[in-house]
Ligand binder design. Structure first.
Ligand SMILES: Cc1cc2nc3c(=O)[nH]c(=O)nc-3n(C[C@H](O)[C@H](O)[C@H](O)COP(=O)(O)OP(=O)(O)OC[C@H]3O[C@@H](n4cnc5c(N)ncnc54)[C@H](O)[C@@H]3O)c2cc1C
Length: 503
């Protein structure tokens, strides 16, 4: 079915190649020792010539464009940005709340008018619902959560134009990062240019925004840059019979976990109205990186096309405009603070390469937007003071103690046939929705916008445990002693950081 649907698409071949490219991730993490790409300066090839110089060299033209636009326009740095495909053309579409987008305005680089123009639709409300018997099923409505559909290409295109408008700033497409060489006071980046030529650039700092495939993240984290993932596929399409263009379907399950043919996964849908008659549907599941499940996007697309008509009725003029897909990364930190490596001397990782966003709500774009003012200001200060070694740069991160704690909830959504009944995720999540329904709106809004306060989070946990004591055994089964200790450590880290910011 995948090949049939993709061959009907304009550019279907190109999309399919991108899916296959991302699926290489699964081979990469099987490798015993990751491919080395970060080398000491002494390894720089003899006789090479430096083709250019800049202050900040970005590899990756999705979220990298947002950060680079601020560093170019507001702080005046000379930027070089490369992407192996065409920068500013994402394989996803984004939802976010209007108040989160205010952070873009706070950078001083995007005006309120521009931001309004990136939004192609606003929904009246949104809901979350899990598949349990109808009389017990709680459809939880929430306002101001992921309720703005953003035209990703328009937003990223505007960021790209801002970079290109500045003297000394360049964006190079179809250019692939190969390796880099660290010197005490700079870094040299080796990449393949659009014509296949090998080029070398000298920079003060290399910002890695290569997403989940980042070979730098792979090397810095000894071949294990993620602990959990959320493979996601879907389409932007038109011709649904019962799509409500006023309401977002934030999370929706339509059946219990799959347990057949060695598969052990709870599939979940999302449905978001887009521009005009477009409607975006996603199918995904949460999983541990080392589970036995087939996590390939190609396999998931096959399931998506089979099951889509059961989620949304298709009319005769059903038409796919383009596919959307990706592997959403997650990292479960074991201690009080960030454990994941996100920097090295003259190297800094952002976005999915840093894997610090919460996969629970899909909000990698939201995490970057929320943190953009401080991630740009902090890099400006580091550059101005020449503090560009690992210990300096790793302080510039989107790590949020609340997000780290919330990521533990994702582990309950990773269905495991060895310990869970097929209805486990649905039953548990239905109880969470009932608890949230009895609490003021702010609890559900902050939970689904990754902005929850510790006391609110603990309230929800206690209420769920009270209503649904089975969750205590499930905690032992799913998290084990080590995982439970990590959960508590994450909460303690959150409490400490909350106390620090109050003091
Ligand atoms: C289907 C889907 C829907 C989503 N919806 C939302 C949402 O509604 N709201 C939200 O907040 N988040 C959402 N997310 C998450 C969000 O899309 C990601 O967090 C975000 O795209 C990460 O951006 P990035 O720049 O870090 O990585 P990517 O988007 O993966 O971009 C990496 C870029 O680096 C380039 N690259 C990779 N390797 C190299 C190399 N060697 N040389 C040169 N270039 C290279 C790639 O071509 C690519 O352009 C969604 C994710 C998916 C998969």
């Amino acid at each position: 079915m995948v090949y049939r649907y993709f061959s009907e698409l304009e550019d279907g071949d190109r999309h399919l190649k991108r899916v296959i490219e991302l699926d290489r991730y699964w081979e990469n993490i099987q490798e015993k020792s990751p491919n080395e790409v970060v080398f000491p300066g002494s390894e720089l090839p003899d006789g090479m010539t430096v083709n250019g110089e800049c202050d900040i060299f970005y590899v990756g033209g999705t979220l990298g464009l947002l950060h680079a636009a601020v560093m170019a326009e507001r702080y005046g740095y000379r930027i070089m940005l490369i992407d192996r495909h065409v920068s500013g053309k994402s394989t996803r579409d984004w939802n976010i709340s209007r108040s989160e987008l205010d952070k873009l305005e706070e950078t001083g680089v995007f005006s309120a008018k521009e931001i309004e123009a990136f939004i192609v639709r606003k929904y009246r409300t949104g809901w979350v619902e899990f598949n349990v018997e109808e009389r017990r099923r709680k459809k939880l409505y929430m306002d101001d959560v992921l309720d703005c559909a953003v035209d990703t290409d328009r937003l990223l295109g505007a960021a790209k134009q801002k970079i290109l408008a500045k003297d000394g700033c360049t964006v190079a497409d179809r250019s692939t990062f190969r390796r880099c060489y660290q010197f005490p006071d700079h870094i040299v980046i080796e990449f393949k240019g659009a014509d296949g030529e090998t080029l070398f650039f000298k920079a003060n700092v290399l910002v890695d925004v290569m997403g989940i495939l980042s070979p730098i993240a792979m090397q810095l984290n000894n071949g294990r840059p993620q602990t959990h993932v959320c493979p996601t596929v879907g389409t932007v399409a038109s011709g649904f019979r019962d799509a409500d263009y006023d309401v977002g379907e934030i999370l929706a399950s339509t059946e219990n976990a799959e347990t057949s043919a060695g598969s052990s996964r709870q599939l979940i849908w999302e449905g978001f109205p887009g521009s005009g008659k477009e409607y975006i549907t996603y199918l995904f599941f949460y999983d541990a990186i080392d589970s036995d499940n087939d996590k390939s996007l190609l396999g998931l697309f096959e399931t998506y096309f089979q099951k889509l008509p059961h989620y949304k009725a298709l009319s005769n003029d059903f038409h796919i405009h383009r596919p959307v897909f990706g592997i959403i990364p997650a990292y479960s930190h074991r201690g009080f603070t960030r454990e994941r490596e996100i920097a090295d001397d003259h190297i800094l990782l952002f976005g999915d390469a840093a894997s610090l966003g919460s996969p629970l709500t899909f909000c990698g774009f939201g995490s970057m937007v929320r943190n953009l003012p401080h991630l740009t200001e902090a890099l400006d200060k580091a550059l101005a003071s020449g503090s560009l070694l690992r210990a300096d740069l790793e302080k510039i991160s989107a790590y949020e103690p609340n997000v780290a704690s919330m990521a533990n909830l994702m582990k309950y959504m990773c269905y495991d046939a060895r310990t869970d009944a097929p209805d486990f995720v649905n039953e548990l999540m239905n109880e969470v929705m009932i608890v949230l329904d009895g609490l003021p709106q702010r609890y559900r809004q902050t939970m689904f916008r990754d902005e929850m306060r510790l006391d609110d989070f603990v309230t929800v946990l206690l209420k769920v445990a009270w209503r649904y004591p089975k969750v205590l055994k499930a905690t032992y089964d799913k998290l084990g002693v080590g995982g439970s200790v990590s959960f508590i450590s994450n909460l303690a880290g959150w409490a400490l950081s909350a106390a620090k910011s109050r003091g």
